[in-house]
Design a binder for this molecule. Structure first.
Ligand SMILES: C[S@@+](CC[C@H](N)C(=O)[O-])C[C@H]1O[C@@H](n2cnc3c(N)ncnc32)[C@H](O)[C@@H]1O
Length: 412
């Protein structure tokens, strides 16, 4: 134990990256107390300021860089850095090194939580790939919190304190030009802005949340349409502005491509699209399986309605309005099934859902995951049931942030 308190400063040598947008350092040698340090890179020598003291570990920000990493760059956003906007974690990291960082995190989670060996991870060739479009201007959904002076801004890291930024550099240009942060919002606690691939823009009266990155926004429209159009996977979609859609404009096509490539659906194969949203993967599966039944399960009523409307030309797709766990438990959806796409929220699917899928005996499962820790836990459950992790693709769908999207192929 140390007797350090918040605000204390000390020199640290920075070790490996860890899940959560920080690196690990230790006070007083290799077995010393763990400090999770933000705004730094492996190998750097820094002066760190303690930001939180916990029983088994500390949190800190690197406030002075004594020996910089060759991968360090000047953040393109003036609001990024210790004590400033918490929206991005990796503005100080060169783009290719951001992907190396995320590759290391994915490997570490699979090692720790799924029991994968280094040899297995090498054989999988895990490597986070860039999406087209660069590191800025990709974020099509932004939630701003309104401060006591009625100004909208973004939250500090692990805080409810609002930072009055001018504009968010990773936001889509159509959102940056809205000037959400330049006007007063006396009647709102939070506002969310949505910009789509088909050119629609909606601003919603929303609720404040402390999460840093959200692909699901909520609220009622203040300006712009209530339903917005998206173009993805060769189709035009009409979806509620408040609801889930992939944040990066290139993510839907990238993820659909990966899922189809890994599953290799064959004519006549039946499939499930679990946590199906508006039906992105169900439509892609239906396009390959020649009229075989596709069952989508989704719990948000508005998303189910969107799936039914968007996929009305695909009569082989049935959309079931249910929680996936209860749909499996109550046999609302029953096996056998050939293919499963599993795209749960950040918390993952959980053991009962994985066990329900295993019991239905599919040939292959494509697991789309926005949290590598949740993915690794569920992969561990598949492995305990005798399944194998056959392939893993990973994509930088969230540049400048710690987040990464994975698509895993699991087979019996
Ligand atoms: C990561 S999104 C994926 C949506 C869709 N696959 C897509 O790519 O557009 C997760 C979806 O799961 C839904 N969801 C959350 N918890 C659920 C549950 N327990 N059962 C069914 N759906 C759930 C959310 O409403 C959301 O639409």
């Amino acid at each position: 134990m140390t007797d350090l308190v918040e605000g204390d400063r000390l020199p640290l040598t920075i070790g490996a990256v860890a899940h959560g947008g920080h690196c690990v350092a230790r006070i007083g040698g290799p077995h010393g107390q763990v400090v999770f340090v933000r705004h730094t890179l492996p190998g750097e020598e820094v002066v760190a300021e303690i930001t939180e003291v916990h029983r088994g570990y500390l949190r800190a920000d690197a406030v002075e860089i004594t020996v910089p990493s060759p991968d360090r760059v000047t953040p393109p956003c003036p609001w990024a850095g210790p004590g400033r906007c918490g929206g991005c974690d990796l503005q100080h990291v060169a783009p290719s090194a951001q992907r190396d960082w995320k590759t290391a995190v994915v490997r570490e989670q699979l090692r720790r939580l799924a029991g994968c060996t280094e040899h297995e991870l090498d054989a999988l060739g895990v490597r986070v790939e860039a999406l087209p479009g660069g590191e800025l201007g990709w974020r099509t959904r932004v939630r701003y919190t309104v401060d006591a002076g009625d100004r909208a801004g973004l939250l500090k890291h692990r805080s409810h304190e609002v930072v009055a930024i001018d504009r968010c550099r990773i936001a889509h240009p159509a959102i940056q030009s809205l000037d959400v942060t330049g006007r007063a919002w006396p009647a709102s606690d939070a506002v969310a802005a949505v910009a789509t691939t088909a050119g629609d823009v909606t601003v919603l009266d929303s609720a404040p949340v402390a999460a840093d990155l959200l692909d699901e926004v909520e609220g009622t429209p203040l300006t712009g349409p209530e339903t917005v159009r998206e173009r993805a996977a060769g189709r035009e979609w009409t979806i509620p502005a408040a609801g889930f859609w992939q944040i990066h404009p290139a993510a839907p096509d990238t993820l659909v491509g990966a899922v189809l490539d890994l599953l290799d659906p064959q004519p006549g194969e039946t499939s499930w699209d679990l946590y199906g949203g508006a039906g992105l993967f169900a439509a892609a599966l239906a396009g390959r399986t020649a009229g075989a039944r596709v069952t989508l399960v989704e719990s948000a009523p508005a998303a189910v309605a969107a799936a039914r409307a968007n996929l009305a030309d695909l009569p082989q797709v049935e959309a079931v309005a249910a929680r996936v766990d209860s749909a499996l438990r109550r046999r609302r959806v029953t096996g056998p099934v050939d293919l499963v796409v599993l795209d749960p929220p950040r918390t993952g699917a959980g053991a009962p859902v994985v066990e329900g899928i295993v019991a239905a005996g599919p040939r292959a499962v494509a697991y789309v995951a926005c949290d590598p820790a949740a993915l690794a836990r569920d992969v561990g459950t598949f492995r305990d049931a005798g399944w194998r992790l056959r392939a893993l693709r990973a994509y930088d769908c969230f540049p400048m942030t710690q987040h990464v999207e994975c698509v895993a192929l699991l087979t019996r």
